[in-house]
Design a protein around this ligand. Structure first.
Ligand SMILES: C[S@@+](CC[C@H](N)C(=O)[O-])C[C@H]1O[C@@H](n2cnc3c(N)ncnc32)[C@H](O)[C@@H]1O
Length: 279
């Protein structure tokens, strides 16, 4: 039988994944660690270790899926978000690092030492809601999603992390009473329906989490129009959007009667979050 080392496997998978991933070496090492049941640092420190047939077969299957653009987080079953390890599976969006901006902004607005009512719209894996609850234990956090699959995973993440968030099935605001909410956060679907990424790089993630309609703003429009009557006077709305949607999102908020309407940019200077206050 041909003898293969961990190092050889990682090298050849890095070449295989070059066209499908921005980080082929990292992906190869993470998948090999998963297949071999060891840490990534073991793969890096001991490339001369031999790999058995079972490890090789499992690894090849994982690499093949990654080559077909299955997100690495689905293959590993988890993703780090705001220092929390979250379970992620097909059926739920993989939380993105850029979404941490909305959490950081919300944390500046939520007192550490007092109660506050926070709503996360389209919670997916629970990422934003759980990160906020983890940092602001006195806040009451409600999180909604229309996807039953997402809610199963979000509830499981909350239980694993021991965080008390109230999850509800809801088509945006439909299941909510007119609460006086202090901060509403949302990372809604905002990709334009004709964006080719939906058919390629994003095709394994749920369309309901990504497709924002013709101009990508269907959900943003609905959320901006309705959040105002659920917010306490002076309460904040924070909505993530695409980097080309800053002007349009601000215009929606201004037309709806919010004040202090702003766009927040990420570290790369790209427009990323609409921030607005209820009158
Ligand atoms: C971009 S994902 C965000 C997931 C998560 N908040 C995050 O940041 O990783 C959008 C989420 O909105 C949910 N969603 C889509 N349409 C919805 C609707 N009409 N009502 C409630 N949630 C909806 C999707 O199921 C998905 O979980």
């Amino acid at each position: 039988m041909e003898v293969t080392t961990l190092g050889n496997l990682a090298d050849s998978a890095t070449r295989t994944l070059a066209a499908a991933s921005d980080s082929p070496r990292l992906d190869a090492e993470l998948l090999l660690a998963e297949a071999a049941g060891v840490s990534r640092s073991t793969i890096i420190a001991f490339p001369e270790r031999l790999a058995g047939t079972e490890v090789r077969d499992t690894f090849e299957q994982l690499v093949e899926q990654r080559r077909a653009h299955v997100p690495i987080a689905y293959l590993l079953g988890q993703r780090e978000f705001f220092s929390l390890t979250l379970e992620v599976r097909p059926g739920v969006l993989v939380p993105r690092p850029e979404t941490e901006l909305i959490v950081e902004t919300a944390l500046e607005l939520i007192p550490e030492d007092g109660p506050a009512l926070v709503l996360d719209l389209g919670t997916g894996s629970g990422a934003i809601a759980l990160a906020i609850k983890h940092e602001r234990s006195r806040a009451n956090v409600i999180a909604v999603d229309s996807s039953k699959e997402a809610l199963v995973i979000a509830r499981r993440n909350a239980a694993t992390l021991g965080l008390d968030v109230q999850f509800m099935a809801s088509d945006w605001f439909s299941a909510l009473e007119d609460h006086e909410i202090d901060v509403i956060v949302a990372n809604p679907p905002y990709v334009r329906s004709d964006d080719p990424a939906l058919a390629i790089a994003l095709r394994h993630e749920p369309a309901v989490a990504l497709d924002g309609g013709r101009d990508g703003l269907d959900a943003v429009r609905l959320i901006v129009a309705n959040a105002i009557r659920h917010l306490t006077p002076g309460g904040y709305l924070l909505v993530e959007h695409g980097d080309y949607q800053g002007d349009a999102s601000r215009a929606l908020a201004e037309q709806a009667g919010y004040r202090d309407v702003r766009t927040l940019a990420d570290l790369a200077g790209r427009d990323r979050v609409l921030a607005a206050r209820a009158p």
